[in-house]
Every structure is written in structure tokens, then in C-alpha cells.
Design a protein around this ligand. Structure first.
Ligand code: PMP
Length: 445
């Protein structure tokens, strides 16, 4: 962004104008937890309630038609952001629920609830494997642990290297083939992994992992929570089967997210939540289900939030995701300079590079995002957070819902600074200055 463009972007976010802690300018560096919302998202939601609020997909009156139109238009806006067909986007209450939908849908198919074709496509049981990574957010780990426990399948994981990136040496096995030792082999049924780690900011080689999974007929489930808000994401080009992301991290409202599924998979996958709105014919004995995506949207949906999500998707597309990625790559480089402060150690890639041709379709994009987790020698992460908070700087502290990854690095907690479209280099510099004083404050020097 040019300086003028960035000033204009910031002016779109009313919350950024407030102060905290006795008049200090707020420096919000916790966008990986949840982003702030531009005025257009707030206005769109209010406008929906003021002008269009009605139950969607049922009433025959004018208002119901307008509400349905707004709801379905939002689905198109979100589909356009991630390069999918509109019918491949299922509304969910968030990314966590989307992953649970897929995992439980697979279990339902295994139980025969989707008929023979679904059982054939999704069946999982003893001897089968589910592959995740050591870097996953608990939301993309616990549902797979549960599926494994319920079906007798085995959970395996791709380890993380010292640089915070996935260690793919074992992906194809020592002989480069798909023997038993390979992490992706003939028994692999599901490969679930994050596009971008919410702790290290590292970008995973999605297309490579998806191709290896496809070669053995395994399903891929991409956690795109930390990529969709920050870089161009084309889910068709990446070649994944399912993907999830959250509105609230993508400049949109809380309470809504999206699940992408390849059309034929959404058609075959049995529903998980059942009830009103997701049916075709109901008798006292049995029910036929609506086609996807409605099959997965039982009950009254989060309509105003979905409409707000649509506005957020358009806002980002108008900024241009290439420009967003370039702006945030600059911020990432500036954030990473905290490693120059004595006693500060970054957990994850130490620099920002550009993905090469082998990463197509992501060639030319940054290889990490502007979410930087770190430890300060001799000072607990919570104390780091508190000193920064006293200066008006909001960072996240703790394990960021990724306990195994923290255990991998032998630490219980980190502090994390993360940026978004509205973050400025000046804010990052002010954060670095405040962080430089932390060890002295605690007498750790
Ligand atoms: N995956 C990742 C990588 C995340 O960062 C988050 C949110 N912290 C989630 C999943 C869960 O998203 P939600 O809470 O919106 O369901």
C-alpha cells in the first residue's frame, strides 16, 4: 500500500481510533486471534437488520426474498474470495465447527448413513490412518483424535523442524515410495493440515501435500484460517478437497465461518446436524435431504453475520489480496527484527522469503505471514504481555491453542505479535521499542 492508501484503510476501522490504559494509542497486534472490522462490515450487518431481516429460504413475502438474496449473495462474495463455486461454500459457525462437520460426516458415512457410495468414498476404520501435523491448532487436531478413537483408525503426524517448518522428509518414505514407513501411504484416508501456522506463521507446501494425498486417494482438509485473511488463496488451484476459514479473522463478524468442499464430496458426505431447513421430504419414518450446501445448514442460520462476511470478502478483494500479502510481508520482516533484541528468540522462520516455482500455484507469494511468536529469556510470556499492554500494545500470550507445537520447542508459552491489513510499520517499530525494555524492567539483564 502507499502511505495514503494505508491511511485510508485505517480510517475504515473505527476501533483503531480508540485509546487504552489512560489515553495510550492502541497498537493492535493480535489480528491472528481476531481481526478488527471495517465500517462497511458493521454497516452491512446493521442495514440487514434495519432493512431486510426475515427468515431465509422459506417465507413467500418480499422481505424473505430480499433476506434470502442477501444471504446467497454473501455466499457468492465469499466463494469469489477463495476461488470456488458458490455451491461449494457451506456456512458454519466458525472454522472449528467446519472441521468437526467433516470429521463427523466421515464417521457418519462409515456408519452407513450416506448410503453405499458415501461408505465407499469415506469409510475409515482399524488399519487406516489419519495424518495431521505437529503444528496444528487444537481445532484441527482434537476432532481427528476423536475420529480415530471412534473408528479405530490410527493418528499420525508430520513433525516440525527446528526452523518451525514442516519436516516433509518422511512424507514419501525413505525410498521415495509409498511403503508403510511413508507418512502418506496406501492406508492414509485423511490428511488434515494448516495452510499457515497460527504460531510460527510458516506457510505449508499445500499443493505438494495435496498431490501426495491425492496419489493414494486420501482426502485433504485444509485449515485456511491464517491464510485467507492474508494472501491470495485459490482453493481449486491448491487442489484440496475441503477447507475451512473464519469470518472473524477475515475482517468479518464473529459467529460465522465457511467450509469449502469439492462439489461431489459435499454431495456424497452425509449431514451431521439434522433438523429443519436441510430436508426435502420428511415422513414419520424417514427423511430425504436437500442438496448441498443446504444439507449441512440445519436450523436458522447466522444470516446477518454471513451477510457481513460477504462485505468483508468484498472489502479484501477490493484492496487486492496480492497487495495485502505484499504489505504484510513488509510488516513480517519488520516484526522479525525483534530477534535483534538481546534475549528475544523467535519461534518459527526467522526471515520472510518468496515461494519458488515448485510452490505453484503459490509461487511469488511470501513463505511466512506476519504472525511472530517469541520468547524472552528469563521473562514469562504473560509478563511480556503485561508490560506491552501497559504501553497500549495488544499481543497474545499463551500456547495459542497449539500445545503440542510448544512442547516440540520445549516451552509452555510464547507471546505472539500478529498484523493485518491496517497495521503500520510505525506500530511495529513502537512494539519493538517497548519489547526492548522488557528484560530490563524485570531485571533479567
Ligand atoms: N485454526 C487456526 C490455525 C486458527 O488460528 C484458529 C483460530 N485461532 C482456528 C483454527 C479456530 O477458528 P475458530 O475459533 O474461528 O473456530
Amino acid at each position: 500500500f502507499t502511505p495514503a492508501e494505508l491511511v485510508a484503510v485505517r480510517a475504515d476501522f473505527p476501533l483503531l481510533g480508540r485509546t487504552v490504559r489512560d489515553g495510550k494509542r492502541l497498537i493492535y497486534l493480535d489480528s491472528a486471534a481476531t481481526s478488527q472490522k471495517p465500517q462497511v462490515v458493521l454497516d452491512t450487518e446493521v442495514d440487514f437488520y434495519e432493512q431486510r431481516n426475515a427468515a431465509v429460504h422459506r417465507g413467500a413475502h418480499a422481505l424473505a426474498e430480499e433476506a434470502t438474496e442477501a444471504f446467497e449473495h454473501a455466499r457468492q462474495q465469499v466463494a469469489a474470495l477463495v476461488g470456488t463455486d458458490v455451491g461449494e461454500i457451506v456456512w458454519t459457525p466458525g472454522a472449528t465447527m467446519g472441521i468437526n462437520l467433516v470429521a463427523t460426516g466421515i464417521q457418519n458415512a462409515t456408519l452407513g448413513r450416506g448410503g453405499p457410495a458415501a461408505a465407499e468414498r469415506f469409510r475409515i476404520g482399524p488399519g487406516d490412518e489419519i495424518l495431521v501435523t505437529e503444528a496444528e491448532h487444537h481445532s484441527n487436531l482434537v476432532p481427528w483424535q476423536e475420529l480415530a478413537a471412534r473408528t479405530g483408525a490410527t493418528l499420525r503426524w508430520i513433525p516440525v523442524g527446528d526452523d518451525g517448518r514442516l519436516d516433509l522428509a518422511g512424507l514419501e518414505g525413505a525410498d521415495g515410495g509409498r511403503g508403510d514407513a511413508a507418512l502418506i501411504n496406501e492406508r492414509t484416508k485423511v490428511v488434515a493440515f494448516a495452510h499457515v501456522s497460527n504460531v510460527t506463521g510458516a506457510v505449508a507446501p499445500v499443493a505438494r501435500i495435496a498431490a501426495a494425498a491425492r496419489a493414494v486417494g486420501a482426502l485433504t482438509v485444509l485449515d485456511a484460517c491464517q491464510s485467507v485473511p492474508h494472501r491470495p488463496v485459490d482453493l481449486h488451484a491448491l487442489g484440496v478437497d475441503f477447507a475451512v476459514f473464519s469470518a472473524h479473522k477475515t475482517l468479518g463478524p464473529t459467529g460465522v465461518g465457511a467450509l469449502y468442499g469439492r462439489r461431489e464430496l459435499l454431495e456424497a458426505l452425509p449431514p451431521v446436524t439434522t433438523g429443519g431447513s436441510m430436508v426435502e421430504v420428511v415422513t414419520m419414518e424417514a427423511t430425504t435431504f436437500a442438496p448441498p450446501p443446504l444439507k449441512f445448514e440445519a436450523g436458522t442460520q447466522m444470516v446477518a453475520q454471513a451477510v457481513g462476511f460477504g462485505a468483508a470478502a468484498d472489502y479484501l478483494r477490493e484492496l487486492g489480496m496480492e497487495a495485502v500479502a505484499a504489505h504484510e510481508a513488509e510488516l513480517a520482516a519488520e516484526l522479525l527484527r525483534i530477534a535483534e533484541i538481546p534475549g528475544v528468540r523467535v519461534i518459527g522462520p526467522a526471515s520472510v522469503g518468496t515461494l519458488g516455482e515448485e510452490a505453484a500455484p503459490e509461487a511469488g507469494l511470501p513463505d511466512r505471514v506476519a504472525a511472530v511468536s517469541f520468547v524472552v529469556d528469563g521473562v514469562h510470556a504473560h509478563d511480556v504481555g503485561q508490560v506491552l499492554d501497559d504501553a497500549g500494545i495488544a499481543v497474545r500470550v499463551g500456547h495459542h491453542c497449539a500445545q503440542p507445537l510448544h512442547r516440540r520447542f520445549g516451552i509452555a508459552a510464547t507471546a505472539r505479535a500478529s498484523a493485518s491489513v491496517y497495521t503500520t510499520l510505525d506500530e511495529v517499530k513502537a512494539f519493538r521499542e517497548a519489547l526492548a525494555g522488557v528484560r530490563a524492567f524485570f531485571g533479567a539483564e
